[in-house]
Design a protein around this ligand. Sequence first.
Ligand code: DC
Length: 220
Amino acid sequence: MIVTIDGPAGAGKSSIAKIAAERLGFAFLDTGALYRAVTLGAIRSQVDFDNPEEVIQYANGAVVQWNADRVLLGGEDVSDQIRTPPVTDAIHFLADLPEVRTRLSELQREITVGRDVVTEGRDQGSEVFPNAECKIFLTASAEERAKRRHQQLAEMGRPLPIEDILKAQDGRDEKDRSRPMGALRPADDAVIIDSDGMDTSTVLDKVLEIIEAKRKTLEG
Ligand code: DC
């Protein structure tokens, strides 16, 4: 069974998808981590981001692997190194290119072959797994997402003004929504959860309820 969870940055997809997968005994796939790993590699290799041919060539040759919840680049575990502002800022150079998306979408499908998986990203239900048995679109207002991020950063000892977070988030939302292939959007058959005002455990309960209901209908 494939469960897709798509939604904008900061909606809490990753943590929800991960816990839901654990509870169900499913594998978990963070597709943003794959985009991040290739972007990190391109930065390290000093790829010219203004030259799409060079970016595509790099992405085609990059060896990216997913192992449980870790991402490997050329065999090196880069799960921590991919979560830095330079990587976040450069991802769109790769994510906007259909050739890169096609390669990473193929990788995502290969990873899920023969497994029960909860996969999260932007285009999982709409483009990568159009036949997924259960599709969820997890969203929240821009203000709420920025507020949660603000709190998260403050807890990590890295407080940032909420206005700055909101501005950067708006920029990412716009890029994610407007790319020609793999744009952020709910699949026609996705269940939409607006998590404004909900805490993590309420969202998790809702997500598990939706998945269980789908499972029951599949089992007949
Ligand atoms: O989920 P995340 O914030 O780690 O994703 C980082 C970026 O990767 C996101 O802004 C757009 C891109 N991405 C994508 O284009 N398609 C996906 N399925 C997942 C992520």
